[in-house]
Design a protein around this ligand. Structure first.
Ligand SMILES: [Zn+2]
Length: 279
């Protein structure tokens, strides 16, 4: 995949600060030391501490010499272009999400999150959050290397933003507590698979953008990533308060099917996973 664009104006770089305050970190160290003295593992307690945003330093944009962050910014920009056009076609206006780069942990409108929840979208502040170390994990642990696999991850999270804007996620929130846990999980899977479809739809349209050029093998990279993070391959547990992105839902085969459908059709009307009997 080759990219010639300038990048998005909507990236926030919070990697220098880290999500925890100096105070929180200090208390954390004290608790760990106490734990050592009393022979108990109290590290879990540290994660329960309220974190504040006060000391977090967030810069707009990304350093010019940071190739990976520049790439992410370029992918975000391409999603802006694609969804701008899609929303216009629906007679709506697309509101651009922010993308926050963070390291280790971050305070969000959805609560405090640690990197190990993986990339996620917070509907409360309309932001996509990613610790770029996830890409190393994707490559080393799940064998999903390549720039297009990385782009797919961003496009999937932006897909959740689109669902938020279109009121699809709100319907799922309403269902919470109203339906059985099994039914709710079934709906969560449909939400995830639709985000994969939206990622595929992005890839379909990104081909036509002048700033992008897909290489042979790019789609295979995305499919490998979709395959790698299906729930039969990866069971990630959250330790933060944020609901992690539901990588624990949907099989690899389902994820690949819906990504491919979005990529091949490029037609948003084909992506109604909620009214599809065939997932
Ligand atoms: Zn997701």
């Amino acid at each position: 995949m080759q990219w010639f664009g300038k990048g998005s104006n909507n990236v926030e770089d919070g990697r220098s600060g880290g999500g925890k305050t100096a105070l929180g970190g200090g208390i954390g160290i004290i608790i760990v030391v106490l734990g050592l003295i009393f022979g108990k593992d109290l590290t879990g307690v540290v994660n329960q501490l309220p974190a504040t945003t006060g000391t977090e330093e967030v810069k707009q944009g990304v350093p010019a010499n940071d190739a990976q962050a520049q790439f992410v910014s370029g992918v975000l920009e391409s999603t802006e272009q694609v969804w701008d056009a899609e929303f216009k076609a629906m007679g709506k206006e697309y509101e651009y999400p922010k993308l926050r780069l963070f390291r280790d942990g971050v305070q969000t409108a959805c609560g405090y999150a640690q990197s190990n929840v993986g990339p996620f979208y917070c509907p409360g502040d309309h932001k996509v959050y990613i610790d770029l170390s996830f890409y190393d994990e994707l490559k080393n642990r799940f064998g999903a290397a390549g720039d297009f696999a990385q782009a797919y991850v961003i496009a999937h999270e932006v897909g959740h933003h689109v669902q938020n804007l279109l009121g699809i996620s709100a319907k799922l929130d309403e269902a919470r507590g109203q339906v059985s846990k099994t039914e709710y999980n079934r709906l969560s899977v449909k939400l995830e698979l639709q985000a994969d479809f939206f990622a595929g739809l992005w890839a379909h349209n990104a081909q036509n953008l002048k700033d992008f050029k897909l290489d042979a093998g790019d789609i295979e990279e995305a499919l490998t990533a979709a395959n790698a993070i299906g729930d039969d391959k990866l069971q990630k547990q959250a330790t933060g308060e944020v609901q992690p992105d539901s990588f624990t839902h949907g099989t690899s085969a389902q994820r690949m099917y819906w990504f491919k459908k979005g990529f091949e059709t490029g037609d948003i009307r084909q992506g109604d996973t909620f009214n599809s009997n065939n997932l």
